[in-house]
Design a protein around this ligand. Structure first.
Ligand code: ATP
Length: 607
């Protein structure tokens, strides 16, 4: 039943970050259980019934001995034996029902939680995904929610059934003899405490050897991979890496031996004490019976010893559950932390939908920062009229991508306004806004499937003719036609079977398929070979001339195709105009032209 990083003891880190269990948190957790309250009541009844039935055989043993064996009554003997067997069968049957219901409830609750989490994560802004570690997001979605399932299926019912078993066992004992009950209560800690101490030592060793094995795996992963080996070889680090591996390996051997031996001690201690407990009880019973003539039968003492066995389990488990409990509360807290993150980019309360978008964009004194401490865009103002095109140029990191991210509301401005067709983008229906804009990003993302599937993802109802038209415009149709499978050719994982240029042209086709009112291109900075390059240019340049478009340009031919050039530096628009005006101005554009586009220009000409 180990949860998370397992073990029945808390790590230092877990102790320090112990979550505050407030009434609010508990109420919130129980709100997930509420829809299943009927099933929960049945589970509760099952737990009570099976705990009671589990206790019965111990009590019936007393009757078998006193009435059947000592009383020499064969009829009673058989009756009690059959009863005991029936009770066992009944308890087991109820146990199965209980675990089925438990699993069912746990699965359904986590089903609800997973869906809710997935929806919530999808509504999170770009900022959330850029500032959170992807692994962390996936962990919360998977392990943490799986942990919740464990808690509901195991921890909650384990607390209940152990507590009930404990109470019933104590009541049954008290009915036999209160002195013996007291003796039992004194004996139980004798047992549970050493078990816990031995367990803790062992757990610490396991954890240490786990760390050591992680370290060894790390070394292997780093040094036995292709790139790792290249590094090791080029810098002659073989001996150093060997020494590192050898010392971790030696530590592992020592730890493994220690752990094995701790395991031995653990069992020696456990089995000795397990046998001491009942002996003490027999002794106490004997003293009461023989010395003080107490009203106790042999059967009673047997029953008490059997019940003593029933006490250890629950006490031990309840002591362990504290750890599970703290871990589960931490898990719930982590999950709720995600649920509580505000949705930054929200659909407006009264979203505006227009019949037809024109693609007109206007920035009015826009300020923007990703983090409050550092302003990225300052007072950006420009207008892109429907049917025209703008090229944004500027040094790396000047804020070009940031400007275009604001149009489909991947982020919201921190000052000023972005208007789309004359309306503040924050007042428009998000779906309408985003479906009116087609964005071709630098990093093209294709999923593993056929070209057709990738294209249809954005417009499932597109006809073959639509596909052909879009691909022709994107200058990729000839390539597809030449594939033996045509549109049904596989693109490979993340589009790996295609060249960078092909991928980019397919993603242009994908955008064109939606026939957006505004086209946004983020031209790739990475150099492609000149043939791929010119094919993309052939696709983009006519589009820039014919569609409302805004593009981040790195190549002269694209820049020349646009109607206006905006030069961005340090988040401000520092120059604007057409190429001829800007190139001889001696400003940022001239510099860019001489260093970047100039070179590109030459390659353009060569191509
Ligand atoms: P490039 O031409 O290299 O793509 P760019 O002009 O498009 O650069 P942006 O990507 O807009 O530049 O980045 C502008 C600034 O904002 C950079 O300094 C960058 O470090 C910062 N920045 C970009 N994205 C984020 C983010 N998600 N969180 C914080 N800062 C960011």
């Amino acid at each position: 039943m180990g949860m998370g990083r397992g073990g029945k003891f808390l790590t230092e880190e877990e102790k320090q970050n112990r979550p505050k269990v407030t009434k609010k948190l508990l109420i919130r957790i129980f709100s997930y259980l509420r829809p299943y309250s009927t099933q929960l009541i049945v589970v509760l009844l099952c737990i009570i019934a099976s705990s009671a039935l589990n206790m019965a055989p111990a009590i019936l043993t007393g009757r078998i001995i006193d009435d059947g064996l000592i009383g020499r009554d064969f009829g009673k003997l058989v009756f009690y034996i059959v009863m005991t067997l029936l009770v066992y069968a009944g308890a087991n049957f109820i146990g199965v029902l209980q675990s089925y219901l438990n699993t069912w409830i746990a699965q359904h609750i986590t089903y609800d939680m997973r869906n809710q989490m997935y929806r919530h994560l999808q509504s999170m802004s770009q900022r959330f995904f850029t500032s959170n570690n992807q692994g962390d997001i996936i962990t919360r979605m998977t392990s943490d929610i799986d942990g919740v399932q464990q808690v509901i299926a195991n921890t909650f019912s384990s607390i209940l059934s152990n507590a009930i078993t404990l109470v019933i066992a104590l009541i049954a004992m008290l009915q036999k003899n209160w002195i013996m009950t007291l003796v039992s209560i004194v004996i139980v800690p004798l047992f549970t405490i050493p078990t816990r101490i031995a367990g803790k030592t062992r757990w610490e060793l396991t954890r240490e050897s786990q760390e050591c094995s992680d370290e060894i795996n790390g070394i292997l992963n780093e040094t036995l991979s292709v790139s790792g080996q290249t590094l090791v070889k080029l810098f002659s680090k073989e001996d150093y890496e060997y020494a590192r591996y050898e010392s971790a390996n030696a530590r592992m051997v020592k730890l493994n031996i220690k752990e094995r031996m701790a395991g031995r001690w653990f069992f020696v201690i456990l089995s000795t004490i397990t046998s001491v407990g009942p002996m003490l009880l027999y002794l106490a019973g004997g003293i009461l019976m023989i010395r003080y003539g107490a009203d106790l039968t042999v059967g009673d003492i047997t029953v008490l010893v059997a019940l003593l066995g029933k006490l250890y389990g629950p006490v031990n488990q309840l002591l362990n559950i504290q750890v599970d409990w703290i871990r589960s509360m931490a898990m719930f807290t982590r999950i709720f932390e995600y649920f509580d993150m505000p949705v930054e980019v929200k659909n407006p309360v009264y979203p505006l939908v227009k019949k037809q978008a024109r693609g007109d964009v206007e920035f009015l004194h826009v300020d923007f920062s990703y983090e409050p401490s550092r302003q990225i865009l300052k007072d950006v103002t420009f207008r892109l009229r429907s049917g025209r095109s703008i090229a944004i140029v500027g040094p790396s990191g000047s804020g070009k991508s940031t400007i275009i991210n604001l149009i489909p509301r991947l982020y919201d401005v921190t000052g000023g306004k972005v208007l789309f067709d004359g309306v503040d983008v924050r007042d428009l229906d998000l779906n309408f806004l985003r479906s009116s804009i087609g964005v071709v990003t630098q990093e093209t993302y294709l999923f593993n499937g056929t070209i057709r599937e990738n294209l249809l993802y954005v417009k499932p109802e597109a006809t073959e003719e639509d596909l052909v038209t879009a691909c022709k415009k994107a200058n990729i149709y000839d390539f597809i036609k030449n594939q033996p499978e045509g549109f049904d050719a596989m693109v490979g994982n993340r589009g790996l079977k295609l060249s960078g240029g092909e991928k980019q042209r397919i993603s242009i086709a994908r955008v064109l398929l939606r026939d957006p009112a505004l086209l946004i291109f983020d031209e790739a900075t990475s150099a492609l070979d000149s043939i791929s390059e010119s094919k993309i240019q052939e696709a983009i340049n006519p589009l820039v001339k014919s569609c409302t478009s805004i593009l981040i340009a790195h190549r002269l031919s694209t820049i020349l195709a646009a109607d206006e050039i905006l030069v961005v530096k340090d988040g401000r628009i520092v120059e604007r105009g057409v190429h001829e005006e800007l190139v001889n101005k001696g400003g940022v554009y001239t510099e860019l032209y001489e260093t970047q586009f100039g070179v590109m220009h030459e390659t353009d000409e060569k191509a």
